[in-house]
Design a binder for this molecule. Structure first.
Ligand code: C2E
Ligand code: MG
Ligand code: MG
Ligand code: MG
Length: 287
């Protein structure tokens, strides 16, 4: 589509994160083979309700174990897949895998919460496709994942790109009861007009602000402002990258609803999600 081509061109020329040369291992053909070979897996990191200290859901995170390159970080291969054209196919694989897997869990969310959810990262390239929301909803119904148990995360830099298809997909998903989270919030230059026009249901505060809590006093007003902004917009907040009890307690005391990070659990395989959540509910922290 024109919108996704424009977004992909913008990424190629813009960011400096992409390396088209040397990225042949991420061509659509190579990625298709890697999917068929079972080289990709999805791991899940619990997201904790900071009031009850119980897991409310998980974030799905993609992993690639390449036969010769070994484990490749998503920070490296996702941008390559976006520019090579492999992303829509890989993104669909993540949607199907994560939703089908999560539909098989019987984990209870804390009382008064929506069903235990899975939050799936989407690339701006995917949301540039006018058919994206329809595909997500079709995969949700065929997977059997409960309504209200899915969230979609879009990084702030892709949210601010303002392509028409991105707005339409966000609106369609929200209308169907799929909340949209703005990922890495605070790093991507959102303007207030954009936030009021295209509402996000969740703001995920980037971990660079969280890691400063208790260390760099100067960042505390920033985190407090994001919490106030979210309250004003009626959005909920997830703090990313919580590594210490001091950070968790500071965030809880300042009204942050949810947190995730190595303090609670690293991302784990599907089979270990339930036990990680029980351990956290029992007050045994990992970090
Ligand atoms: P993200 O969506 O912001 O995900 C959070 C990242 O922070 C994950 O890195 C997670 O493992 C890491 N993390 C969580 N807690 C802590 C902590 O306490 N300390 C530290 N230092 N790190 C923590 P990961 O799994 O390497 O993923 C990196 C990025 O790759 C993600 O950032 C996301 O932007 C992208 N990504 C991962 N999976 C997918 C996917 O399926 N689709 C798309 N489009 N992007 C994905
Ligand atoms: Mg994310
Ligand atoms: Mg994030
Ligand atoms: Mg991040």
């Amino acid at each position: 589509t024109r919108a996704s081509e424009a977004l992909s061109t913008a990424k190629r020329s813009g960011r400096g994160t992409t390396r088209v040369h040397g990225g042949q291992y991420a061509s659509p053909a190579a990625v298709g083979l890697a999917i068929a070979n079972g080289e990709f897996t999805v791991v899940y990191q619990p997201i904790i309700d900071l009031d009850t200290m119980r897991a409310a859901g998980v974030e799905a995170l993609l992993r690639w174990t390449h036969p010769t390159r070994g484990a490749i970080s998503p920070e490296e291969f996702i941008p390559l897949c976006e520019t090579s054209g492999a992303m829509p196919r890989l993104g669909d694989w993540v949607l199907e895998t994560a939703m089908t897997t999560a539909a098989g869990w019987t984990i209870q969310a804390p009382p008064g919460h929506p069903p235990f959810f899975v939050s799936i990262n989407a690339s701006g390239i995917e949301l540039g496709d006018p058919q994206y929301a329809a595909r997500v909803l079709a995969i949700q119904s065929s997977s059997g994942l409960a309504r209200g148990a899915l969230k979609i995360e879009l990084t702030e830099s892709d949210y601010v790109a303002e392509f028409a298809a991105v707005n339409d997909n966000m609106a369609e998903l929200q209308a169907a009861g799929v909340p949209i989270a703005i990922d890495d919030f605070g790093t991507g230059f959102s303007n207030l007009a954009r936030l009021s026009e295209v509402r996000a249901n969740v703001l995920k505060i980037d971990r660079r602000f969280i890691s400063a809590i208790g260390l760099r006093e100067a960042d505390a007003p920033l985190v407090q402002s994001i919490l106030g902004l979210a309250r004003g917009l009626g959005s909920s907040v997830i703090a990313e990258g919580i590594e210490t009890e001091v950070q968790a307690e500071w965030l809880r005391a300042h009204g942050c609803e949810y947190g995730q990070g190595f303090l609670f659990s690293r991302p784990v395989a599907s089979a270990d999600v339930a036990s990680a959540c029980s351990r956290i509910a029992a007050g045994q922290l990992a970090g």
